[in-house]
Ligand binder design. Structure first.
Ligand SMILES: C[C@@]1(CC(=O)O)c2cc3[nH]c(cc4nc(cc5[nH]c(cc(n2)[C@H]1CCC(=O)O)[C@@](C)(CC(=O)O)[C@@H]5CCC(=O)O)C(CC(=O)O)=C4CCC(=O)O)c(CCC(=O)O)c3CC(=O)O
Ligand SMILES: NC(=O)C1=CN([C@@H]2O[C@H](COP(=O)(O)OP(=O)(O)OC[C@H]3O[C@@H](n4cnc5c(N)ncnc54)[C@H](O)[C@@H]3O)[C@@H](O)[C@H]2O)C=CC1
Length: 245
């Protein structure tokens, strides 16, 4: 391969990853509207959320989540010495700060930083190990738009444009069905040898390309069973499969 074939790198972006916080302790400092939005994102990712703020600071949304045991609440101001243990089960995997005091925010940021706990202080880019972005969700499909700190409102507008574009097609259920199908293909071709992996990956890729999103969304148990009967051949088109059924 000649060097011209490698993609050009343009730095200055973010590493956008799908961070797994399922069942991990995450601390949210503050209980206003920004904190409520952060908590929504965390619960989407099945995190174990503790909100710390005085009782009167807890928003209606967070009171609702507390009453349904979706979050825990420590009803007082944040305390660096009590709420940031350097080890043990209560050491947070991540801290999100959304309070109206820049000096306290800085104090929390500094403490997290020295303990190597990833931290985001809402609206203070230089006190963020990571930024939030504008989110679109349809079942297992999540899309995050970031402008890398340049225009958060614009991130929201771009996300709405994407939403408008995607909403007419059932991407979420198509991806749900593909998830089921992939698991079944792995049952039929179990091995971890390179060849088994290649066969599975090639077959699933071809089907994902060949069928439309709406067709994939129709994949039920019966159709999946039919498809799995012929894993030795390339997957049939949707119409061919229907005709043969
Ligand atoms: C760096 C970052 C750090 C972080 O907070 O993680 C950050 C920083 C700052 N935001 C500011 C302002 C606004 N933020 C919003 C809204 C959102 N802000 C979000 C993320 C981020 N905001 C991260 C970068 C993301 C990126 O660049 O793409 C979104 C996408 C996600 C979320 O917060 O969940 C959410 C939209 C969600 C949605 O609608 O879908 C609005 C619009 C509104 O409120 O409707 C305004 C006013 C209009 C404007 O300024 O654009 C200011 C200036 C404060 C000042 O002027 O004093 C700073 C500080 C600075 O820029 O220095
Ligand atoms: N609300 C919004 O739309 C926006 C807010 N912001 C900024 O985001 C931050 C949070 O804003 P909001 O969510 O509106 O909250 P808010 O400003 O309405 O309330 C602050 C929250 O922090 C809690 N709090 C204050 N000091 C605390 C401490 N030491 N320990 C624990 N909790 C403490 C309060 O009890 C309250 O729940 C602020 O810095 C605000 O300037 C920025 C852009 C938009």
């Amino acid at each position: 391969m000649s060097s011209e074939e490698y993609p050009d790198i343009r730095g200055g972006g973010s590493l956008i990853v799908a961070w797994q916080v399922k069942d991990k302790p995450v601390t949210v400092v503050g209980g206003g509207s920004v904190a409520s939005s952060r908590v929504g994102h965390l619960l989407t990712a099945d995190a174990n959320v503790t909100v710390i703020c005085p009782r009167e600071g807890l928003s209606a949304e967070l009171r609702h989540r507390l009453s349904r045991s979706q979050i825990s609440h420590i009803p007082r101001s944040f305390s660096v010495s009590d709420d940031l243990p350097s080890e043990g089960p209560n050491r947070p995997a991540m801290v999100l700060v959304a309070i109206d005091s820049p000096s306290v925010s800085t104090e929390i940021y500094t403490a997290c930083h020295s303990l190597h706990i990833p931290v985001n202080v809402a609206d203070v880019p230089h006190e963020c190990d990571f930024y939030f972005g504008s989110m679109y969700r349809d079942g297992p499909l999540q899309i995050m738009v970031s402008t890398n700190g340049n225009g958060p409102k614009m991130a929201s507008l771009v996300r709405r444009r994407i939403e408008k574009e995607l909403i007419s097609e059932p991407f979420g259920s198509a991806i749900d069905k593909l998830g089921v199908l992939r698991a079944r293909v792995r049952e039929r071709i179990p091995g971890n040898a390179k060849n088994d992996m290649r066969r599975r990956m090639r077959w699933v890729s071809l089907l994902s390309e060949k069928w439309t999103i709406s067709q994939l969304a129709t994949l039920d148990d019966k159709t999946i069973e039919l498809l799995l009967q012929n894993l030795d051949q390339d997957p049939p088109s949707y119409d061919d499969l229907r005709q043969s059924a």
